[in-house]
Design a protein around this ligand. Sequence first.
Ligand code: AHR
Length: 333
Amino acid sequence: MSNSKRAQGLIGLVGAGALALGLAGCAGGAGSGSEGGDGDLTTVGFVAVGPEGGWRNANEQAVKDAFTQEAGFDLKYAPAASPSDQKSQLDAFATFVNDEVDVILLTATEASGWEDSLELAKEAEIPVVLLDRGVDASEDLYVTRIAPDNQQVAASVGSWAVETFPTGANYFVLEGVPGLSVVNERNEGFDAEVSSASGFTKVGAQTANWKTDEGKSVIETVLKANNNDIQFIFAQNDEMGIGAAQAVTAAGLTPGTDVKIATIDGTKGALEALAAGQLSFVAQYNPFFGDVAVDAVQKALAGESVDSTIIVDSATFDSPEAADSALAEGLGF
Ligand code: AHR
């Protein structure tokens, strides 16, 4: 939908929205152009990450399930060439601006390097909504960031560790891809709880790029280098934590007994590993916020104010029983 057409459309849309609202009150405002042809659909450019693990698949599917044609959207999904390939994301973003989409959704593979692109979108009056990850840019360059609270989610891991190890522990941190907002925020939240607790010694931290095999190889090296004198591992996502459990077992130790492992995400695999005692704590990072994103987009296109940060609630699971009931409730993804 071209700029001038979009400007018209916006007025029309608000008009139409009001009308649509009038016609189909329950269907919602902007984005519910179901009465007309494709031209009435709100075009949404989704600058996404693409395949990267259980959490990413669940989140991007939740976005696709929410931004449907039935809901009045024409979602254009642009996954990155790889989970750390920002160039392909910058190109997709520029293409969406050139194509005059109505709104852009962005999950950045890197926090830095987005100012120019966001400035371009702002000049073109294309609202940008951040999903999951933050960017190093001033808030007036995007509508909102929608995500669970990474500091708080990681703090729940830290407070569990302090409770579980009253006399402290030697611990290691498996980090996600360097340079991501979520990685820094999870370190901040966790450290805020553990750094002041007595007896906790941080043996080290290293990226395992969100991957199970890298989590396994990093922890194999760490256990060898420390004569297995590690009692606790904080893995910033499930896949790396499951790899850590494999390394603990390979070292002849028992996960959950000799070494306790806590993770973030809440995938089915992690809940099953918690139920089996391989993991000891799982903090959910709730991926199901497609509808929240639709609501923010509709408000933005209707010219209504949207909070600059929208926090998605998440749960925690601290025992095999909690994992079993979460799995029974279908909470794993
Ligand atoms: O940005 C969120 C993180 O990205 C998830 O915790 C991790 O699993 C994903 O790859």
